[in-house]
Design a protein around this ligand. Structure first.
Ligand SMILES: [Zn+2]
Length: 368
């Protein structure tokens, strides 16, 4: 694919991204199953989680990609899926007769359409995969700073910023990051909120795993995200149960740069309820090798500022239209760097990681 074709994979809206992916799926001869939401999108469009199956129906090995678990991150991750479908013939040759590709387009279609990272209920899907029958994880550090993160007025006054700084400056840096981003279950209108029960996306995603993935031999999964780390760099974050054997396999496939949240080598921190729990807890017998491919965009301080603004706006729906527009645009810009260089970097690293996973699946079977 030449540079112009790669840049053309990226869409300005959920509706456009969905149309591009469905068209690429049709051209590749891939099967599509759409799960429509009972809600409409920003422009009145249908919202759906679309499953695109590219390869033999009876494949014993599967490479799955997921886009827009965090809605607004879908601008990049849907582009990657569209590109992988355009390269279907080449990837299918690499995959061989016993491996299929499954692209789950827009796990969080509402957030993608409405330009938010969270879902229709302000829930972060990547904190929602907890066992709601058990006591929910506590996050006392978040409880301390919630009122400072989301003050009554926006932009926050000098007193607010000083109070927040005074509190978090006493913490070691990772503690402040953990407090905000690891997930919290106490403030439904707050940041990185995990919810009170399984969301629509959570339930549909578990169903799809049981229907499409259960019973196969080996699942590889690349879960695509943006917003953490240096701009344009795709960090490969180990997203499996942490056993030496699985980590070694992931590094054999994707290189020694595969990072881990538990050891501090990742720009992310351990999360409450990531979507990978659906496989780890839901299909414990399945052989599974996965990463989050997380592309950097803007510095972390900037990211936190725009996420606070976005949540403030959610709490103040009658905010002045001009302020609301700036907040929405800033959020999108923080997750989607609309430059050719960034888009080309996103695509080349995703294609490489996909090829590596397909080779890895084949080699793994040969090794037994
Ligand atoms: Zn994300």
């Amino acid at each position: 694919m030449n540079d112009d074709a790669v840049i053309g994979l990226f869409s300005d809206s959920y509706a456009q991204a969905r149309q591009q992916v469905l068209q690429a799926a049709a051209e590749a001869g891939a099967g599509v199953q759409s799960h429509e939401m009972p809600l409409r999108g920003r422009d009145g469009e249908t919202l759906a989680m679309d499953l695109v199956w590219d390869g033999p129906a009876d494949a014993c090995r599967l490479l799955m990609t997921t886009s827009a678990v965090h809605g607004v991150e879908g601008h990049a991750s849907a582009a990657v899926q569209c590109g992988l479908l355009r390269c279907s013939a080449e990837l299918r040759r690499l995959a061989g007769p016993r491996t299929a590709l499954l692209h789950v387009h827009a796990v969080n279609p509402h957030g993608f359409s409405h330009g938010r990272r969270v879902n229709e209920d302000n829930v972060d899907l990547n904190r929602n995969f907890v066992d709601f029958a058990r006591p929910l994880p506590a996050n006392p550090d978040y409880d301390q700073i919630h009122h400072l993160l989301l003050p009554d007025t926006w932009p926050p006054g000098a007193n607010n910023e000083a109070a927040l700084h005074a509190l978090t400056a006493a913490w070691e840096p990772r503690r402040a990051q953990r407090a905000v981003t690891q997930g919290q279950f106490s403030h439904a209108d707050g940041l990185f909120y995990g919810g009170r029960g399984p969301t629509w996306s959570h339930l549909r995603f578990r169903e799809l795993l049981h229907r499409q993935v259960a019973g196969r031999q080996h699942l590889a999964w690349i879960d695509l995200h943006t917003g953490l780390g240096p701009a344009g760099v795709g960090e490969r974050i180990f997203a499996c149960r942490n056993t030496a054997q699985t980590l070694a396999r992931a590094r054999r496939w994707w290189g020694h740069g595969v990072t881990q949240v538990e050891t501090g080598t990742s720009s992310s921190v351990p999360l409450a309820g990531p979507i990978q729990h659906a496989v780890l807890d839901g299909l414990p017998q399945l052989r599974y090798t996965g990463i989050c491919l997380e592309y950097g965009t803007v510095p972390q301080e900037r990211m936190h500022a725009v996420l606070r603004a976005d949540h403030w706006l959610h709490r103040h729906p009658d905010a002045p239209a001009a302020l609301a527009a700036v907040i929405r645009r800033d959020l999108r810009d923080a997750f989607y760097v609309d430059t050719p260089a960034w888009k080309l970097a996103v695509w080349s690293q995703a294609l490489e990681a996909t090829q590596q996973a397909l080779r890895g699946l084949c080699d793994d079977e040969e090794e037994g």
